[in-house]
Design a protein around this ligand. Sequence first.
Ligand code: ZN
Length: 397
Amino acid sequence: MAKAQLSGKAQLDSKEMLEKLIGFDTTSHLSNLELISFVQDYLDGYGIGSELIYDAQKKKANLYATVGPADVPGVMLSGHTDVVPVEGQDWDSDPFTLREQNGMFYGRGTSDMKGFIAVALAKLPEMLEAGLKAPVHFALSYDEEVGCLGAHGIAAHIGHQHIKPKLCIVGEPTSMKPITGHKGVCDYRCHIHGKECHSSLSPYGVNAVEYGAELVAHIKSIARRLQKEGPFNREFDPPCTTVHVGVMHGGTALNIVPNKCEFELEIRSIPDQDPVEIVNEIKDYAWRHLEPHMKDIDPQTGITLQEEVSIPGFSIDNSDPAVLFVQSLTGANQAEKVSFGTEAGIFHAAGVPTIVCGPGSIEQAHRPNEFITAEQVTKCERFLSRLLTRMTEEMPF
Ligand SMILES: [Zn+2]
């Protein structure tokens, strides 16, 4: 869609705002700047300035904006602007054109997570009329889906401020249930550099595929031990850290001893466990048990492990005042932990008590014909209206 031009105060309801946001193809590998400049223009129409925090190539940006008094701690509404690719998925309609049918809004990012951003932005006129005693901050990020890269820029920006928000609500799709923790995610790429030769001479070569398989088998034994012996945190399902190899490549022909093998592994850690310990265990096995055999044949061979993605886990105590406050807005008195990663750990570690709570369902995320129900949009509108009402009083915690 062409860059939307907004002049003056654009009045958009949640659905109209969602339609605009879905119209920008912000798949993570593309720029998000058109969407960001649309939001910047929209806020500007109401006299709200935005700060943009760019990536190194200036192709993408986070947006941070404050509505209400800036000299007291407020509430940060956080959402990522990027979406996952639609390539290879069978959609019934254009994923970047909002389609409404039977009380559902279809489009890439409707649940994950332009739905929350749309409702929050559409509340701007209400925020300005409310007479807020504490500010609302919009914190829109880039590159969440490829490792929460943009959120670090927002966390650094908050770190430089004298007054930090008192609460951050990350509006990932939780069906408007407050989520108080999730696992950390660590992705690694492993390269095995072997030595090629004719398969009839295999003892003189270094078979990268076989060494890769030995390492993967060891990783599986670690996964089994974690599942059997823990540590456990029963708030999560499964209750332990999981380790898994999802992709593996190697070899070109049966009569060649392969010189290359590559695999990707993922560690999803409970907050009670440091994933680095597991990575070190894998490295130790690779370097102390496998590499010596490889280097006996050729010292140029070896194994390297490279970190690709690291999303910190997050956990906030269920009795934290921030949790009780969000529960008072949703009407839910329970809080849950989930296994999917979000930016929450990054903001929480930056000193802002964080809860994940947003409209739509994670079941819909990343799928063809992703949708959000109108009922979830309404629930989120009511949630934010209650939040704004509370913020016209003294901040309750
Ligand atoms: Zn998301």
